[in-house]
Write a protein that binds this ligand. Structure first.
Ligand code: S3P
Length: 177
């Protein structure tokens, strides 16, 4: 976020299973802001699950809906947005965040992402692969350069969503003057 602009929104980015929704919800509560999970918005608007969208319409159609919804949310104020894990990695999205946006990267490794994905089988189509670990490592390696452009980086290993939300709020308070 640039020094002079007032904070209007927080955008959480990071790989699948990083805990973006859980941390986002708690951060919004702490700030007294609205929380929006982009994946949930997509499912509500499309009237089907993300796995179904991937299956019936394909990934490019999913990316189009994701882009449209996220772009709209990025115009709103007093909102914490939890993005889908693939959103930041195309079209210089991290470079195009509007003024007043704090971007936060929730860092997770491939093993933790796959383990967390296994708790909700079938919900992460991109890890629906004969070798999910190899796929997760590959995707994470491709995406890390974009995730790492976020202003605040938080390691999620061993930290609860409440603790991570507390770190985000602490960071924001530290920026206020
Ligand atoms: C995706 C991540 C998912 C969801 C879709 C694609 C990705 O969101 O948007 O399955 O490309 O990494 P989460 O990061 O919330 O799991």
């Amino acid at each position: 976020m640039s020094e002079s602009s007032e904070l209007k929104r927080v955008v959480l980015v990071g790989f699948m299973g990083a805990g973006k929704s859980a941390v986002g919800r708690r951060t919004a509560t702490r700030l007294g802001w609205q929380f929006v999970d982009v994946d949930a918005q997509i499912e509500a608007q499309a009237g089907k699950s993300i796995a179904q969208i991937f299956r019936t319409e394909g990934e490019p159609a999913f990316r189009e809906i994701e882009h449209r919804i996220t772009l709209d949310l990025l115009q709103q104020s007093e909102v914490v947005i939890s993005t889908g894990g693939g959103w930041p990695v195309r079209d210089d999205r991290m470079g195009q965040l509007p003024d007043g946006t704090l971007s936060v990267w929730l860092v997770v490794d491939a093993a933790a992402a796959v383990a967390r994905g296994n708790r909700w089988p079938g919900t992460r189509p991109l890890l629906n692969d004969p070798n999910p670990m190899q796929r997760a490592r590959q995707l994470l390696a491709e995406r890390t350069p974009e995730y790492s452009r976020a202003e605040l980086h938080l390691e999620t290993h061993g930290a609860s969503p409440a603790v991570l939300a507390g770190r985000i709020v602490h960071y924001i308070r530290g920026q206020e003057h």
